[in-house]
Design a protein around this ligand. Structure first.
Ligand code: FE
Length: 225
């Protein structure tokens, strides 16, 4: 054992923990490929079919859901700006009235028979994704204390063995100022507000750009960290 290598923190004269924790060999960098936990998603499940990223109607030819149709698009990249390709993105959002199509949603707002509010899409070779949905309504998350959640879209990214879950917010939403989840993001909160653009698709209210960064200083905040 090379006792001269590395630092040695003394704890006490009869305690060998320090020696046991001191590296015996020089450190070496693990190859980059092995350090990447977020790699393209490989699955036995069927890849998303065309139309799974269109939440504005249940199926082609079916009636449109109620509310303002919006586009959401963006780029998924790593800390160095390299695109993350083939990440499976799942999204879900409440309907126009702030109600989820989910048995556990206790809200008394109406359900929309033409809106399920869940979708999937795979990022392309440039790490880009795009979907179409209905602008969600804000909802009363805690009726007991009168706390509302601002409008938001939930997003999950699957890559390799990692699943990252985050939320996209809307610009100019007054409720953001009072939302604890948003408040906790601190200065990083700004990155979680989508940028509003004009949609060039007819009948769409807006196109929101929301880029996602996995890791690094400008990382998107993931709830499961
Ligand atoms: Fe929500």
């Amino acid at each position: 054992m090379n006792k001269n290598f590395g630092r040695k923190l003394e704890i006490g004269p009869t305690d060998r923990t320090s020696e046991q924790r001191t590296p015996e060999s020089p450190l070496f960098l693990i190859p980059e490929a092995a350090r990447e936990s977020f790699v393209p998603y490989v699955t036995d499940l069927p890849v998303p079919r065309a139309g799974e990223n269109d939440l504005t109607r249940i199926a082609p030819g079916r009636p449109l859901a109620e509310g303002d149709r919006i586009e959401v698009f963006g780029r998924i990249c790593d800390e160095r700006g390299r695109p993350i390709r083939g990440a499976l993105m799942e999204i879900w959002n409440a309907n126009k009235w702030g109600r989820y199509t989910h048995v556990d949603d206790p809200a008394r707002q109406p359900l929309d028979p033409n809106f399920i509010g869940i979708g999937r899409v795979m990022s392309d070779d440039n790490g880009e994704y795009r979907f179409w949905t209905i602008e969600p309504g804000a909802y009363l998350a805690r009726p007991d204390i009168g706390r509302w959640r601002p409008k938001h879209v939930h997003m999950s990214l699957l890559g390799g063995s990692a699943r990252l879950v985050t939320q996209m917010y809307f610009p100019g939403d007054e409720l953001l100022k009072k939302d604890p989840s948003f408040y906790l993001l601190g200065d990083a909160g700004e990155r979680h507000i989508a940028v509003e653009n004009k949609s060039d698709q007819e009948g769409f209210k807006a196109a929101y750009q929301f880029n996602i960064v996995v890791g690094g200083r400008n990382a998107t905040y993931f709830e499961n960290e």
